[in-house]
Ligand binder design. Sequence first.
Ligand code: GYE
Length: 295
Amino acid sequence: GLSQIGSESDWRNANTESFKSVFTAGNGYYLLYEDAQQKQENQLKAVRDFILQEVDYTILDPIVETGWDTVLMEAEDAGIPVILVDRQMVLENDELYTCWVGSNFREEGRTAGRWLEDYLKSQGRENEEIRMVTLQGTPESSAQIGRTSGFADVLSEHENWNMLDKRNGEFTQAKGQEVMGDFLKLYEDIDVVVSENDNMTFGAIEAIEQAGRSCGPGGDIIVISFDAVSEAAFTYMKEGRLHADMECNPFLAPMVDTIIKRLERNETVEKIQYVEERCFDAFMDLDAVMEERKY
Ligand code: GYE
């Protein structure tokens, strides 16, 4: 049984596709797929349905970090291992899940901060006042918490970086565009937009351009994004409308497949498994990157 969060973004769709293409009958699986439509209560219901249907494994991508203890105890009582993917949980007892695979979101946030630090330096702007806004993802999700706090780690080292506002853009293009439109009305002279996923970024770029402003190298606003989805994010960077993008790998299903095979052989699995990720920017040879990149 797989409890997926929804279909809010290109990243999410690539992630769903990853599971559907790996967990096939041909590979020896029967996948029960549940789309929670952005509601934790739907995920709780899905896990309980999986228990009733006596699945062998539950794969769960938790929309937010808290509120899972009871349902995981129910899965444990039923003897069903729970594998967490992508986002993490804060639990009283970490024994309640078998293992987790996904991204180091805090590291992604720090990488974004370090990228900005280097870039401003290269432009001779390291001592200027830098006015920034953040488009945040789903509140209380690991991806939001990690990216916000990782960026804040670097922000705290720069007195001249001024974070004017942080607002929820729900990880969607429509909301990203709306919130960016509000920011542009509220604040003059925004230098940097930190956008916690690509779809909000695409919406933000629309809003910036509609307001008669420009972004990307040569433009007046620096936009930093997360996910680096193929090919849209690369196209924006190649067009010079997006500065930098922190990679977030959506293809987690092969790792889960390996984990399940190990568990079937009664072998141990690592509790926490991070996927490797990079940072891309508009100044790289992006065609070469896309050729060697697997997704
Ligand atoms: O960055 C965003 C998605 O949890 C890593 O959720 C995931 C995030 C991803 O909607 O695009």
